[in-house]
Design a protein around this ligand. Structure first.
Ligand code: FAD
Length: 414
């Protein structure tokens, strides 16, 4: 069923989720206005472009979906509606073809977000989408109309047939998404799970000597297990920082680490990562190699020659305490160097946000159950995923899905 041609939509938030909802609504003939609080939309998307803009991933659908953990079932139909292949085709349609990197991650060939975003804004303008900049949503009036405050502080109520909220999470708040929507939604009875840092580095109380020497050094191809969690180990490259540690395997363990930190602050055991510095070599083989120590070898030479550890790996072993001299004890340490986590870095340094509007608050079309005609999309919802293109993919797919839901709602009203 198509919506009446005179239908209007207010899309609040000009990130990937909001703009893709706007595009989908406009393509169906709806008159769309996007309200964006910042002087320009898409600031986080553009920042993501500084790292190459990993826009989606090329892996098969089952592992792809697995990245969304407990939200996978909800997100699955959205990924069918606007799939990774659709996203790549869409980039190409905007003159920005993509390629698959060696890790399976997908990037625009330009390796930047700016050309794609510029082409997208032009496409939206052609489609009749109006973007009102410096226009912040600031709540609802007594009739349920959204309130928009402009940069001069003037607030007006906006009437539209449907509203799509895509206000993002709370990481990098100076880019626009700061989580200030949480309280107004809670006040309207909508359950919002606490926003927490996801895809974020960890704080570790390194010794000064270690932090000074190894901040910025990678730990290549390690396997990281959150002790006592039962969660599977995560493989990849981690990065030592002055304050702690970050990188793919840390981000992929994010939810497990948060749970372990919560348990620790409730009095349980501390949150400890066990880092396997040689995950490709089994313990028996490691011990065999370590037993070939020459009498004159220093510990560093022994570890470098026999098992190929680099200075950062050896430094990490030393950081764990006195170095063992027995091959068996050294093997055990290399296979599980303990690193006690103090905390995550703050949310404003996180790549994304966990938590958000509870899935139980939205119907299968992403319409807020207690606000008929109001839809939500993107990081505002309670889901998370590791880095790898999964965040942007889901944001786009949810934008399309929420817009479809809104169109169905408008059509139903005819
Ligand atoms: C440094 C960095 C690198 C990243 N790299 C990648 C990557 O390579 N791949 C990947 O998949 N993901 C990446 N991400 C994550 C990705 O950018 C986000 O998941 C995605 O942008 C979320 O889209 P969204 O539309 O839900 O929210 P956002 O992009 O945050 O957009 C929300 C918009 O709403 C606006 N807004 C907020 N409040 C109001 C209000 N009251 N009124 C009006 N407007 C408002 C904001 O200004 C903003 O423009 C990265 C994130 C960061 C911080």
């Amino acid at each position: 069923m198509s919506p009446p041609t005179s239908s209007t939509a207010a899309v609040i938030g000009g990130g990937p989720a909001g703009l893709f909802a706007a595009q989908t609504l406009a393509a169906a003939g709806v008159k769309v206005t996007v309200y964006e609080r910042m002087p320009s939309p898409g600031r986080k998307f553009l920042l993501a472009g500084h790292g190459g803009l990993n826009i989606t991933h090329s892996e098969d659908r089952a592992p792809f979906l697995g990245r969304y953990g407990p939200s996978a079932d909800r997100i699955a139909p959205m990924l069918e509606r606007f799939s990774p292949e659709d996203l790549r085709a869409w980039c190409e349609s905007l003159g920005q073809p993509t390629f698959v990197g060696s890790s399976g991650r997908v990037f625009p060939q330009a390796f930047r977000a700016t050309p794609l975003f510029r082409a997208w804004l032009a496409h939206l303008a052609d489609a009749g989408v109006t973007i009102e900049r410096r226009s912040a949503w600031s709540g609802w009036d007594a009739d349920g109309r959204v309130l928009i405050t402009d940069s001069s502080g003037r607030t007006r109520a906006v009437k539209s047939d449907i509203t799509v909220f895509a206000l993002g999470g709370a990481s990098w708040p100076h880019l626009g998404a700061d989580g200030s929507w949480v309280e107004p939604f809670r006040e309207r009875g909508v359950e919002v799970t606490e926003l927490r840092a996801a895809n974020v580095g960890l704080r570790v109380a390194w010794s000064d000597v270690f932090a000074q020497r190894f901040a910025g050094a990678p730990l290549k191809n390690v396997s990281i297990t959150v002790r006592g969690s039962g969660a599977p180990p995560r493989r990849g490259d981690a990065m030592l920082t002055r304050a702690g540690i970050e990188g793919g395997p840390i981000y992929a363990s994010g939810a497990t680490i948060r749970a372990a930190l919560d348990a620790a602050s409730a009095g349980d055991d501390a949150c400890v990562l066990d880092i396997d510095l040689r995950p490709d070599v089994d313990a028996a083989e490691l011990e065999k190699r370590l037993s070939r120590r020459r009498p004159k070898d220093s510990a560093t030479t022994w570890l470098r020659r026999s098992v190929g550890l680099d200075p950062a790996g050896i430094g990490l072993l030393r950081e764990a305490g006195t170095l063992p001299t027995e091959p068996a004890a050294m093997t055990a340490l290399i296979k599980a160097v303990p690193v006690a986590v103090v905390d995550t870095m703050p949310i404003d340094r996180a790549i994304s946000t966990a938590g958000g509007i509870a899935w139980s608050e939205v119907d299968e079309h992403l319409m807020v159950r207690r606000m008929p005609g109001t839809f939500v999309a993107g990081e505002m919802l309670d889901w998370e995923a590791p880095t790898g293109g999964y965040l942007l993919q889901a944001s786009f797919s949810m934008g399309a899905w929420a817009a479809d839901g809104a169109l169905a709602w408008l059509g139903r009203d005819v």
